[in-house]
Design a protein around this ligand. Structure first.
Ligand code: PLP
Length: 649
C-alpha cells in the first residue's frame, strides 16, 4: 500500500486489506467491495477488459461531502445565506452519470451547468423545474432562444454573459419569447489561478467581461429598466487550482466587485465562484500540478469567510454562494481496470556466449570455466565494453559506467560508417545493458536504496515495458496531453513484493501511447513497481480517479473505441450491477469515420470470390472467412489476451 500511496490519494474510498485486496468503500456506512471479485464477476458474465467501473455511490457521496463542507463553513461563519453547487455537465456528460448527479442534486438543492447547445438540451430534458441551469460558454441566438423557451416552460435558466454583445441578444430574444430573462455576467478578474489552467483567469482570459464592461452593462440595464435581470456575478479561475492562496485572493477580489455593483444598483443575489476545486491525484497534498495544498473544507471555509467579510464591511447582504465544481465531484467515482498482455524486458540483456562462463559439458578443460572473451577479430570498442563488464566493482562503478557509455557511442559510430558488423553491435549493446544493470544495483546498495541523479535515468532505461490492453488516447487523454498523473497500481498479488520496474505501453501504434509517470510512495517515479508476469495468470492493473474529463476528451486514435462501462451501486449491504454499457464495436467506430458495414462486407466478399476463382481458397475456407470478418465487425475494438488467463482465486 505504501508503495503506491493508496492511503493518500485513495482515502476515504480505496484501501488495501491485510490480505492484499483492493477494497472500495463507496460510503462510510456501506459495505466494502473487493475490486478483484467485482472484476471476476463481470468477466464471468462474458465482459472483456478493459472495463470502466463507475461507483454511483461515490459520485453521490462526493456531492454530499461538498455540501457538508459548505454547510459547516456557513454554520461556523454564521453566513446568512445558502450554498448551491451547479455540476458542469462537460466534466462527464454520460447520461447515467448525469442521472445520478441530478437525483442527488434534487435532494441537495443543487443544479447543473451547460456550456453548449447539446449540453443545454440534455440538461433541460433530464432535469426538472427545481434544478437551476447555468449556461456558460459563447452563445448564438438559437442557444439563447433554447434557454428562454425553457424559462417560459417554467425552468430556472440563467444564461451567463461571456462577451458584451450577448447582452442585447438575450434581451431581444427574451422579449420575442415573452419572458423576463434572469442572467449572470462573467467577470475577468485580475487574479489568475495557478497550475495548468491558469490562463482561464486574468485579464487575458478568453471568457468574460472586464470590470469596465460589467459596469457599462449594468448602467445600460439600469437605464432600460432591466436591473433586476442581472442576478449572478460569476468568475472562473481555471480547473485544478493547486494553491489555495489563489482562491483566497480571487474570492476577495470578486466579492469587492460584487459589493460595488450592488452599491451601484445591481439587484444580484448570487456569487458564482466557478470551478477549480482540485483533486489530489498524487496524494501529496502539495501545490504541484496533479495535487492541491488544501482540503475541500479549507476551500469552503475560504469561500464563505472571504465573501462574508467583504459583504459585512460594505453592509451588503450575503449572496447565495454557487460553485461550478466538476472535477472534485466526478473524478473519484470511476476506476478503469486493465489487463496486461505481455512484457518486453530490454533491461534483461542476453549476454554473448563468449561472455558467459563455460559449462563443464561445453569445455574440454573442466578446471577452467571462465568466459572465453571476445573473438580476436572484434573491434576495440566492443573489447572495451567487455573489459568494463568484467572489471566492474563497487569501487570503480562510476568510472566504468562512463567508459562503457563512450565505448558504446564509438560502436554505434563505427556501425553507422559500415565498420562494425551487426553481430558485434548486438554484443556491444547487450554488454552495455549488462553494465548498466550492475551499476544500478551497486549504486542502490551503496545508497539508501535510491540512486544518484546522474544514474537516475537508468531506472527508466532498464525498466520493463508492460503491454496493457487499452488506448491512452481513449481512456487517459490527459496523461498524454498534459502529463496528468493518475494513480495506477496492480490489483493482484499485493502481499507479494513487486520486483520489476515497468513503464506501461498501450496498444495503439503510437510511441506516445505509454505511461511513464507514476505515484511512488510520497513522490513521483518514472516507473511502476510490478510483479513478474506468470503464465496463464491474469495480471490486472487499475487506474483510479478517472471520472472527470477523461471519457469525453478521449479520442478514437487507431479506432480504439469506448471501453465497456459498468455502473454499480450498494443496496442493503450488497453490491448491485445497475447497468452495463457495452463499449463500441468495431462496426460502430468504423461508422464514425463513414464506413458502412454492408459496403465493407461487400468489398471483402468480392475479395473472397476472387480468391476462390484463383483457387487460393476453397468453398469452406471462404465460408469461414466471411463469417470471421462479420464477427470481427460486431466485436470489441480491444485485444483478446493471447493466453487464456484464468482468474486468480
Ligand atoms: N466552470 C467553468 C466556466 C469552467 O470552464 C470549468 C472548467 O474548467 C468548470 C466550471 C469546472 O471546473 P472544475 O472541473 O475544475 O471544477
Amino acid at each position: 500500500a505504501e508503495e503506491y500511496g493508496i492511503n493518500r490519494w485513495g482515502a476515504p474510498y480505496f484501501s488495501i486489506s491485510p490480505e492484499g485486496s483492493i477494497l472500495v468503500r463507496p460510503t462510510q456506512a456501506g459495505p466494502e467491495i473487493d475490486l478483484n471479485r467485482l472484476v471476476d464477476r463481470l468477466c464471468d458474465r462474458g465482459l472483456e477488459l478493459p472495463i470502466l467501473i463507475r461507483f454511483n455511490d461515490i459520485l453521490r457521496d462526493r456531492l454530499n461531502a461538498l455540501n457538508q463542507c459548505f454547510q459547516q463553513a456557513i454554520r461556523e461563519e454564521r453566513y446568512d445565506n445558502r450554498y448551491q453547487c451547479v455540476f458542469p455537465i462537460k466534466v462527464n456528460q454520460q447520461r447515467e452519470v448525469i442521472q445520478q448527479v441530478l437525483d442527488e442534486s434534487r435532494k441537495l438543492g443543487f443544479g447543473v451547468e451547460a456550456g453548449s447547445k447539446p449540453e443545454l438540451l440534455a440538461a433541460i430534458a433530464m432535469s426538472d423545474p427545481t434544478l437551476p441551469i447555468i449556461c456558460n460558454g459563447f452563445k448564438d441566438e438559437e442557444f439563447i432562444r433554447l434557454a428562454m423557451m425553457a424559462q417560459k416552460l417554467g425552468r430556472t435558466v440563467f444564461p451567463v454573459v461571456e462577451k458584451a454583445s450577448e447582452l442585447d441578444l438575450i434581451f431581444r430574444v427574451a422579449k420575442e419569447v415573452g419572458v423576463r430573462p434572469r442572467l449572470g455576467i462573467r467577470v475577468k478578474l485580475a487574479t489568475r489561478g495557478s497550475g495548468r489552467w491558469e490562463a482561464s483567469g486574468g485579464y487575458r482570459s478568453k471568457f468574460g467581461l472586464t470590470v469596465a464592461q460589467v459596469l457599462h452593462a449594468l448602467d445600460r440595464m439600469i437605464e432600460q429598466g432591466y436591473a433586476d435581470c442581472f442576478e449572478i456575478l460569476h468568475f472562473h479561475l481555471g480547473s485544478q487550482i493547486s494553491d489555495i492562496r489563489q482562491v483566497k485572493t480571487a474570492i476577495t477580489e470578486a466579492s469587492r466587485i460584487y459589493v460595488d455593483l450592488k452599491r451601484r444598483g445591481a439587484k444580484m443575489g448570487y456569487l458564482d465562484v466557478g470551478g477549480g476545486l482540485g483533486v489530489d491525484y498524487t496524494g501529496t497534498h502539495s501545490d504541484s500540478e496533479s495535487s492541491m495544498n488544501y482540503s475541500t473544507q479549507e476551500y469552503a471555509n475560504d469561500v464563505v469567510s472571504h465573501v462574508k467579510r467583504v459583504c459585512d464591511e460594505a453592509g451588503v447582504t450575503h449572496p447565495i454562494l454557487m460553485t461550478e465544481t466538476g472535477r472534485a465531484v466526478a473524478a473519484h467515482h470511476s476506476v478503469l481496470v486493465l489487463d496486461t498482455l505481455g512484457v518486453s524486458q530490454p533491461g534483461l540483456p542476453e549476454l554473448p556466449t563468449w561472455a558467459k562462463p563455460a559449462t563443464a559439458e561445453s569445455t574440454a578443460d573442466a578446471s577452467n570455466l571462465l568466459p572465453s572473451g571476445p573473438p580476436e577479430n572484434y573491434e576495440q570498442p566492443v573489447k572495451t565494453l567487455w573489459e568494463s563488464y568484467r572489471n566492474l566493482t563497487p569501487a570503480n562503478h562510476m568510472e566504468t559506467f562512463h567508459d562503457a557509455e563512450v565505448a558504446l557511442d564509438m560502436c554505434i559510430h563505427l556501425f553507422g560508417g559500415g565498420y562494425l558488423p551487426l553481430e558485434q553491435r548486438v554484443d556491444a549493446e547487450n554488454l552495455f545493458f549488462a553494465v548498466c544493470q550492475r551499476v544500478r544495483e551497486i549504486a542502490k546498495d551503496k545508497g539508501d536504496g535510491t540512486i544518484p541523479e546522474e544514474l537516475a535515468h537508468l531506472d527508466r532505461m532498464l525498466s520493463d515495458i508492460y503491454f496493457v490492453n487499452f488506448s491512452l488516447f481513449q481512456s487517459l487523454p490527459d496523461a498524454w496531453a498534459i502529463d496528468q498523473i493518475f494513480p495506477i497500481m496492480p490489483t493482484r498479488r499485493l502481499t507479494e513484493e513487486p520486483t520489476r520496474n515497468a513503464v506501461l505501453g498501450d496498444i495503439t501504434c503510437d510511441s506516445d501511447g505509454k505511461v511513464d509517470s507514476f505515484i511512488c510512495g510520497e513522490g513521483r517515479n518514472d516507473t511502476l513497481r510490478v510483479h513478474p508476469l506468470r503464465e496463464q495468470e491474469r495480471y490486472t492493473l487499475a487506474v483510479f480517479l478517472v471520472g472527470a474529463y477523461q471519457e469525453i476528451l478521449g479520442d478514437l486514435h487507431n479506432l480504439f473505441g469506448d471501453t465497456h462501462a459498468v455502473h454499480v451501486q450498494c443496496h442493503d449491504d450488497a453490491l448491485k450491477i445497475c447497468s452495463i454499457v457495452k463499449g463500441d464495436t468495431v462496426s460502430e467506430v468504423l461508422s464514425y469515420v463513414q464506413y458502412e458495414d454492408r459496403e465493407l462486407l461487400d468489398r471483402i466478399g468480392q475479395n473472397i470470390e476472387d480468391a476462390i476463382d484463383s483457387e487460393r481458397i476453397d468453398q469452406q475456407q471462404a465460408g469461414r472467412m466471411a463469417k470471421a470478418f462479420e464477427a470481427a465487425l460486431a466485436g470489441y475494438t480491444y485485444l483478446s489476451p493471447i493466453v487464456d488467463r484464468t482468474p486468480l482465486e
